[in-house]
Design a protein around this ligand. Structure first.
Ligand SMILES: Nc1ncnc2c1ncn2[C@@H]1O[C@H](COP(=O)(O)OP(=O)(O)O)[C@@H](O)[C@H]1O
Ligand SMILES: [Mg+2]
Length: 373
């Protein structure tokens, strides 16, 4: 065996021994600060060098004096290494402590403000926390909006029910006391108020089914042309009464997989809205055509255009335009509901995995429904 191989083997045995000892110590100290672990690594590194030298001192033919010098040099190197290790470990501990403080503030305030400092792992952790914080903020806003709209819904619905109920009480009292000059008119008005409230309660029920996720669609092949014809026929008397011209066309042979009853509700809500917002002599049109995504339905009216803010809110539950919340019993089925119609439209369309949108389309606006076939 050559001298060098011998030296390598002896040094490996001694240094390896120190290494194993170091691993054992590291395992024992694993719960301490990273500062102590870094120091341990430095001590083990220098210790391994010293152990290797002690083991091979004879093979190197070092004099006692030279060996003493080498050990001294190793000692000084050891002190330097330990100092550097403690400084680096200390810095790491500092970064980790400041991240810990940031995380604690995150827990208290719900908002993470941290700066990405330190080594890659800590920066990645800090970035992850920042992302989580952004997601939390987003869901808080969504929750607050939902809560707002729920509160709004309850208050508007009670308002919308109280007004006609007060009217009904006044009319029934007048009838009871024999004070009504034209009882027939009162009866008709009572009937139409009751119809309106029934529609409102029905809308509320539908919306609660949509929101609870218990809307069960019975999907079947539906000929869009037939559905649109039915909706137009249903809306025709109302359009005539308001002198709105109603028209439409659907490409031949458009079939889709849908729940016909729910889809009819979508069409009739959109048509009634369009008729209500179109002035006399205006035009309301409904068109159906095939698009790459499936089928597209458009309902165009003469509402005079919507502002960007209105367009952003039309599908919100209980939202109504400025003039809508003055119920007129004479409005009939085209009258305003409780601001639920478009929320229901959106809910039903999305349950069909479709999309609904609104855009301005002179002289009015256009509601576009896209449904997969
Ligand atoms: N075709 C339309 N043209 C213009 N504005 C519309 C149209 N449809 C709906 N809107 C606006 O959106 C609001 C909400 O509509 P909707 O949810 O159907 O409730 P409602 O009909 O009970 O008012 C309406 O009050 C109105 O301001
Ligand atoms: Mg409506």
């Amino acid at each position: 065996m050559s001298d060098q191989v011998q030296v390598v083997l002896i040094a490996a045995a001694w240094a390896g021994g120190v290494g194993v000892l170091g691993l054992g110590l590291a395992w024992l100290l694993r719960r301490l600060s990273v500062r102590w672990l870094a120091t341990l690594v430095a001590v083990v590194a220098v210790g391994a060098v010293v152990a290797g030298m002690v083991g091979t001192a004879r093979a190197m033919f070092l004099s006692d004096h030279d060996f003493g010098v080498v050990l001294l040099v190793a000692l000084v190197a050891g002190v330097v290494a330990v100092t550097v290790a403690m400084a680096v470990g200390g810095a790491f501990a500092g970064w980790s402590h400041s991240l810990q403080q940031d995380a604690r503030r995150f827990g208290e305030s719900g908002e993470f403000v941290g700066d990405s400092r330190g080594p890659a792992e800590l920066r990645a952790l800090s970035d992850e926390l920042a992302r989580t914080s952004a997601k939390l903020a987003e869901s808080r806003t969504r929750e607050a909006r939902l809560e707002d709209s729920r509160r709004e819904l309850v208050s508007w619905v009670s308002h919308d029910l109280r007004t006609p109920l007060a009217g009904l009480r006044a009319m029934t009292e007048a009838l009871e006391d024999g004070l009504a000059e034209d009882p027939g008119r009162y009866h008709r008005q009572i009937r139409s108020e009751v119809d309106r409230m029934v529609r409102m309660v029905d809308d509320l029920f539908e919306l609660s089914r949509i929101h609870a996720g218990v809307l069960r669609l019975s999907l079947q092949p539906v000929a869009l042309g037939d559905l649109v014809s039915e909706a137009l026929a249903g809306a025709d008397p109302v359009a005539r009464a308001r002198k709105v011209r109603l028209g439409g066309s659907v490409e031949d042979g458009l079939l889709l997989h849908a729940d016909p009853a729910e889809l009819s509700r979508v069409l009739s809500n959109l048509l009634m809205n369009a008729i209500r917002h179109t002035p006399a002599d205006g035009v309301v049109e409904i068109h159906g055509r095939a698009v790459p995504e499936g089928v597209e339905l458009s309902v165009t009216d003469g509402c005079g255009g919507l502002s960007a803010e209105d367009m952003a809110r039309v599908f919100d539950v209980a939202w109504q335009g400025s003039t809508a919340r003055t119920p007129h019993a004479t409005d009939g089925p085209a009258g305003s509901g409780a601001g639920l119609g478009l929320a229901i439209v959106k809910g039903i369309v999305e349950a069909h995995r479709g999309r609904v949108a609104v855009a301005n389309h002179a002289p009015g606006c256009q509601f576009l429904v896209q449904l997969p076939t």
